[in-house]
Design a protein around this ligand. Structure first.
Ligand code: NAD
Length: 287
């Protein structure tokens, strides 16, 4: 039997609608319009597409969106000064520095991201927010893993008590997702490049999340029949061809539910960013 295909568009639309309603409420109850400032340094074409997409989504939902475009030769100090200015700006509730930074300042990425006020850190990368996630207190959580949880919830796929296996241990996907699934009472295993017997571990999963950035790493024989498979991978294998980490055509014959690439869980990331901007505004209002 073919799997249920979890289409990102449908879920992203629901998340955005709920963010739009929250924006309306903030305006009505506090006279506050949430504001997002996205800093982009240099001319990276992919980053420009992502930033435009975020800007457009903010506008759709009634969120104030400001794009701060800084030249390729921006110094670390100039970027830190800009972040300080935005940290102090009462009309801006969320700040995001689009990565990757240009080569000349890339080595300072951590110091730069850590300068963002944790209450405005809508990417959820600041150590304060990472720490809060680990101890289970409310925090701004990275958007992609938060989107995975939201998708499971909206699809009515139970997490509590399930075996979850994540392939990938990055700071932006695998590790935060581990904590989010654990907080929802899943039993979670995180696999990585040094994991022995990956297929065997993957086959234990009720919920299998692939976030390795390796096309076709997850083959049908690694999937337990009926499992939910979330493919976070986005891999460009030809100029106009994107694929995930999962061999989708074969996997959909085994899985119970599966996300496609493109058009799957990736579409939830920007929607979750909008939720984070609203959440940041609420945190700053003391809600
Ligand atoms: P990363 O390169 O930082 O981390 C990849 C992880 O996968 C590492 O922890 C590594 O140990 C593990 N891994 C790699 N090859 C493996 C193998 N053969 N076996 C087991 N583990 C292996 O990548 P990332 O930033 O976490 O991104 C992962 C994928 O998700 C990429 O394709 C990326 O494009 C995609 N991504 C999508 C979104 C989105 O949907 N919006 C956001 C972030 C990342």
């Amino acid at each position: 039997m073919s799997a249920r295909i979890l289409m990102g568009k449908e879920f992203a639309a629901k998340i955005k609608e709920s963010a739009r309603l929250e924006v309306e409420e903030l305006k009505k109850n506090y006279g506050v319009t949430p504001g997002l400032s996205v800093i982009i340094v240099g001319e990276n074409p992919a980053s420009q597409v992502y930033v435009r997409n975020k800007h457009k989504t903010c506008e759709e939902l009634g969120i104030i969106s400001e794009v701060v475009a800084m030249p390729e030769d921006t110094t670390k100090d100039a970027l830190l000064a800009k972040i300080d200015e935005l940290n102090a700006d009462k009309n801006i509730h969320g700040i995001l520095v689009q990565l990757p930074l240009p080569a000349a300042i890339k080595a300072h990425s951590e110091e730069i991201l850590n300068r963002i006020d944790p209450l405005k850190d809508v990417d959820g990368f600041h150590p304060v927010n990472v720490g809060k996630l680990v101890i289970g207190s409310p925090a701004l959580v990275p958007c992609t893993p938060a989107g995975c949880i939201e998708m499971l919830d909206l699809a009515n796929i139970e997490i509590d008590g399930k075996r979850a296996v994540i392939i990938g241990r990055s700071n932006i996907v695998g590790k935060p997702l581990f904590h989010l699934l654990l907080a929802r009472h899943a039993t979670v295993t995180v696999c990585h490049t040094h994991t022995k017997n990956l297929p065997e571990i993957a086959r234990e999963a009720d919920i299998l999340v692939a976030a390795s950035g390796k096309p076709n790493l997850v083959t049908a024989d690694m999937i337990r029949p009926g499992a939910t498979v979330i493919d976070v991978g986005i891999n460009r294998i030809a100029p106009k061809k994107l694929v995930g980490d999962v061999d989708f055509e074969a996997a959909k014959e085994i899985a119970g539910a599966i996300t496609p690439v493109p058009g799957g869980v990736g579409l939830l990331t920007v929607a979750m960013l909008m939720k984070n901007v609203v959440k940041a505004a609420k945190l700053q209002l003391g809600e």
